[in-house]
Design a protein around this ligand. Structure first.
Ligand code: ZN
Ligand code: ZN
Length: 464
């Protein structure tokens, strides 16, 4: 396949400006703004740049073991496509939505249709503190066959006709559908719906109110990402949010020009650079250069493997271009930029995990005193049996976190990404593993995505 990108040749200087790392002073300013931003919890840390070593997170206060060091809001994140069948979560903050009944009923309904694809829960070290549930959970008695429910039961749970006992102890925010009409995105609130729309979804919505150039092309792009690698959907969010930010800056800039006609005009490429700033700060390399070679690919096939990854990215980019192209932001559609965006995720992303209320619900029933437990279980047992061993699946995805991504990695870490009982959305939470003194660096235990040994199984679309 010929995958030379004409935009790369045409806009070489714009692309190189986008890929030039910002000055240390600019990075400091940006990260400081992030630390001070109201939607983060990060009192007592400072990010320092150490020349060759890059960035690092340092404690400005002492932390006790188990204390929260950082709660970081993601820049972009997504729920894995395969996980969407098992969990209904807010497309913006990743909180579980609807009701316990809707979560269980929807999953069983989709399971009946034969589309369930759950892959077990929390296989990473970014797990909730419920590790002990595997042995003592209500459905733990070795591998059980799923027992199908009588017809119509799953639908009754889904549509609210059937209530489960004590489910009101686990209230969830109502599911707000995307106003663009895609029927794909749901939110925990109007605020999340509007925030997502303004940030990236208005360009990536497949509904009738979408602002995409071609909804048909957008559907093809999404299909291709779902068939190959959903990291392309995250890259599309990054491109889309840069375009939308650019348009907002342009409006603000032209209003300013009208008020102050004598001020010399800033050329638009500088507005694009400004819009791109959140992306520019993250460490990045081209995806096909930094992706780890699957251990079952011979080193003699390495060049061919990397070439195929590049071709795959090119194919995805062409589909995205047909869907949301913007002439004024043309350089964002270069293969070099697209490769660097995905490479940044490959190098820095953290698994996004949110614990499911379904697990809490069944444990609550399991812990009820007699006779309440027996009465409740008469109703809940058929649902538990139908769900089988993996009765609860957590929301799983991937996200880029601006501050967490500045942490260096250590073999004897003093902090780790860890979700506490109260952490019920997609934010990254970093907890002290041992006492940390003022001035100490805070490295965490997360291993780089690219250091994980993949097998070719992870790349079924690659033929070698
Ligand atoms: Zn939300
Ligand atoms: Zn939508």
């Amino acid at each position: 396949m010929d995958c030379d990108c004409p935009i790369d040749a045409e806009l070489r200087s714009e692309i190189s400006a986008l890929l030039t790392p910002p000055s240390p002073a600019q990075v400091d300013k940006y990260l400081d703004e992030q630390i001070k931003s109201s939607n983060r919890h990060c009192y007592g840390i400072k990010i320092k740049q150490n020349g060759e070593l890059g960035k690092g997170v340092y404690a400005e206060l002492g932390f006790k073991e188990g204390e929260l060091i950082l709660k970081d809001q993601m820049l972009v994140g997504l729920q894995h496509s395969s996980n969407k069948i098992d969990c209904l979560v807010c497309s913006f903050c990743f909180r579980f939505i609807g009701s316990v009944e809707l979560q269980i009923g929807r999953r069983l309904y989709l399971q009946e249709l034969g589309v369930s694809a759950s892959q077990g829960c929390c296989q990473t070290d970014y797990s909730s503190e419920d590790d002990d549930l595997g042995d003592s959970g209500p459905s733990s008695s070795s591998c059980k066959e799923k027992v199908p429910l009588p017809k119509g039961f799953a639908e009754s749970l889904m549509n609210g006709a059937l209530k489960l006992p004590y489910s009101d102890k686990f209230p969830l925010p109502p599911a707000v559908p995307c106003h663009g009409g895609c029927g794909e995105a749901y939110y925990c609130s109007k605020l999340c719906a509007e925030s997502d729309w303004g940030l990236s979804h208005s360009l990536l919505c497949t509904g009738e109110k979408s602002e995409a150039v071609s909804r048909g092309a957008l559907v093809k792009f999404i299909q291709h990402a779902n068939d190959t690698n959903d990291i392309f959907l995250l890259a599309a969010k990054a491109v889309s949010s840069s375009i939308l930010k650019y348009r907002k800056l342009k409006v603000a800039h032209s209003e300013e020009q009208e008020n102050k006609p004598n001020v010399s005009g800033i050329p638009y490429p500088s507005l694009l650079l400004e819009a791109w700033k959140p992306m520019s700060v993250g460490h990045k390399r081209r995806w096909w250069d930094c992706i780890a070679l699957p251990f079952d690919v011979e080193s003699s096939d390495e060049v061919a493997f990397r070439m195929q990854i590049r071709e795959l990215a090119f194919m995805s980019l062409q589909l995205l271009k047909a869907a949301i192209f913007d002439e004024e932001c043309k350089s964002l559609f270069s293969l070099d930029i697209y490769g660097h965006i995905i490479g940044m995720f490959e190098l820095n992303n953290l698994d996004l995990v949110v614990a499911s209320p379904v697990e809490d619900y069944f444990l609550y029933i399991d812990d009820l005193p007699y006779p309440e437990k027996k009465e409740a279980e008469e109703i809940t047992r058929p649902f538990l049996d139908a769900l089988g061993d993996d009765y609860s699946v957590c929301c799983q995805g991937t996200a880029f976190y601006p501050l967490q991504s500045c942490m260096n990695h250590s073999c004897s870490p003093n902090a780790k990404a860890f979700k506490r009982e109260e952490d019920r959305d997609g934010q990254a939470t970093i907890i002290a593993l041992k006492p940390i003194s003022k001035g100490e660096e805070v490295p965490n235990s997360k291993s780089n995505f690219s250091l994980v040994c993949f097998t070719r199984f992870q790349y079924p679309f690659i033929e070698l």
